[in-house]
Design a protein around this ligand. Sequence first.
Ligand code: NI
Length: 169
Amino acid sequence: MILKIVKYPDPVLSRPGEPVTEFNAELRKLVADMFETTYAEQGIGLAAPQVNVSKRLLTIDLSLGKEPKDKLVLINPEIIFSDGKVYAEEGCLSFPEIREKVSRHAKVRIRAQDEHGKWFEMDGEDVLARCFQHEIDHVDGMLFIFRMSALKRDLALRKIRKMQRDGKW
Ligand code: NI
């Protein structure tokens, strides 16, 4: 089922998600729906607060649904190691048409639980590292516009207000 993606400034996006404690069929259905929603929107990552579920859960698939082994589910995730800095462009499904450069760590190691509650660790570099950081920010209630410079954030917010006025947001 394709879920509705909430857009900024919906308050659910700014609220830290609750830890996931039940690894049941309902959770697995949400995960499946989140992947389906991400593919429908041509995205590479989605966090539960973006579908109005205030939980510490995110899905990533850099292959856009082409490689089943690339499907990643991170539950109760945290970054346990980071290194380097990269300044590169990113976007967000909750900010349609906004793309801007944001500074992120070049490499990160994450720790998270899978759909069955099993803990694992994983290293990410480049786009995957960026995606881990962007989506983990979401479950912490942090949005990428607040990682931009003040000047770029003001420009983005102005563009959003214009789209809202024009009924395109
Ligand atoms: Ni996002």
